[in-house]
Write a protein that binds this ligand. Structure first.
Ligand code: ADP
Ligand code: ASP
Ligand code: MG
Length: 406
């Protein structure tokens, strides 16, 4: 008998029909003789709707209370699915994040899982019950509810699979696998049979919302093989795992965009040693991830420092830098959120030249201006204007299709 973890995202549990559809998938897995632990997300756009409700009351909701609010979405799904399974004659029980043993750090809204106490989960499974866990939530040392960041139910599922040493971890969603680009942006994107943890981690971090990046990080750390598949179309999905045989010619695994970035510019700082250290240690103290950094070379002994941060943190970073301007002697700090990051990812580019230039050529031909560039061994990212991001993904994807030999 195998232990199977199945996660169902918001669109998979959107309404009555979809809940019954999920109950049939879960019920069949159980009836085949497997133990089943299920993780559910909030129905459809529930989490966005809850955020909207909070925004009607305040632009600066208390972080603890916001997590209390957001965690309710997943609780609706878990109870409904448990009832649906009960109606079909299956023994099921729903558990909140804290009942299921999810212990997190204190960071409301983006909590990290510190420990998963599997006692309750295991005892319910031992009774041959189907366990349905609310994704995206846990509890901190103060016994307060925390949430794991948008898309966090993926991470809940992987954590359960890792802690229970599950035989399978299936992530059911509204697409039937991982594609070479978001199929909503690129209609002829190709479905991948398999992708490595490292490539998927880059894609997820660079904006492909199909998996939360932390879920991939965790899957890699604990060697949990994932399958991403559709809850509506019963075809084979995409496997995410450690080692992938290089498919001949498949240089690029994916093209993606992230519109939730901001570019911060500090104007006219002195062109002397130590300035970057002062600036970025301040930003690091605020626990903000800096991505691309540019330093424009000096004019009259001065230079500009330009870098990207998550859009949600831009205001905060700007205020911090403005307050400390005298420490590094800049003239002004500005930011723009009218930007997007477009990236290509593929382990194959390590051993091939010409990948970056092909991307730049495609953007040039489409008359799209590149504001910043960053590269690593397996990815290239550029910053472009936000309203050109989709077109950039499309033209870059088309260019690499040629390179990949389709
Ligand atoms: P769920 O509610 O099941 O968690 P999400 O909306 O979080 O689903 O993620 C699924 C969506 O991710 C798809 O509908 C698709 O538009 C988007 N997506 C972005 N990049 C990719 C990609 N490379 N492959 C597949 N889907 C992608
Ligand atoms: N409901 C949460 C969200 O919308 C978590 C998830 O769907 O994974 O982000
Ligand atoms: Mg998701």
């Amino acid at each position: 008998m195998a232990l199977i973890v199945q996660k169902f995202g918001g669109s998979s549990v959107r309404d009555y029909e979809r809940i019954m559809n999920v109950a049939r998938i879960v019920g069949k897995t159980y009836a085949d003789g497997n133990d089943v632990a299920v993780v559910v997300s909030a129905q459809g756009d529930t989490t966005d709707d809850l955020l909207e409700k909070a925004a009607q009351i305040t632009q600066h909701p208390n972080a603890r209370e916001l997590d209390v609010l957001l965690s309710t979405g997943e609780q609706i799904s878990m109870a409904l699915l448990s009832m649906a399974l009960g109606e079909m004659g299956y023994p099921a029980i729903s558990l909140t994040g804290w009942q299921a043993g999810f212990e997190t750090n204190r960071s409301y809204g983006r909590a990290r899982i510190k420990n998963l106490n599997t006692e309750r989960l295991q005892s319910e499974l031992d009774k041959r019950r189907i366990v349905i866990v609310a994704g995206f939530q846990g509890i901190n040392v103060n016994d307060d509810i925390t949430t794991l960041g948008r898309g966090g139910s993926d991470t809940s599922a992987v954590a359960i699979a890792a802690a229970l040493n599950a035989d399978k971890c299936q992530i059911y969603t509204d697409v039937d696998g991982i594609y070479t680009a978001d199929p909503r942006i690129v209609a002829n994107a190709q479905k991948l049979d398999i992708i490595s943890f490292d490539e998927m981690l880059e894609l997820a971090t660079l904006g492909a919302q199909v998996l939360q990046n932390r879920s991939v990080e965790l899957a890699k750390k604990y060697g949990v093989e994932l399958e991403v598949l559709s809850s509506l179309d019963p075809v084979k999905g995409t496997i995410v795992r450690e080692v992938v045989d290089m498919k001949e010619g498949m240089l690029i695994k994916g093209v993606t965009k992230d519109e939730k970035v901001a570019v911060i510019t500090i104007l006219d700082v002195p062109d002397v040693p130590g300035i970057s250290f002062k600036v970025f240690s301040l930003v690091a103290q605020a626990k903000v991830n800096v991505d691309i950094i540019l330093q424009a070379t000096g004019r009259g002994g001065n230079k500009d420092i330009i870098f990207t941060v998550p859009a949600a943190r831009a205001e905060e970073v700007c205020t911090l830098l403005r307050e400390n301007l005298s420490r590094f002697g800049g003239r002004e700090v500005e930011y723009s959120t009218d930007v997007a990051k477009v990236s290509v990812v593929g382990a194959g580019m390590q051993s091939h030249s010409g990948v970056a230039s092909r991307m730049f050529e495609a953007l040039y031909e489409a008359n799209i201006n590149i504001q910043m560039v960053a590269t690593s061994e397996i990815k290239i990212s550029v910053i472009v204007k936000k309203d050109e991001a989709d077109r950039a993904v499309q033209v870059v994807h088309a260019a690499y299709e040629e390179m990949n030999g389709h």
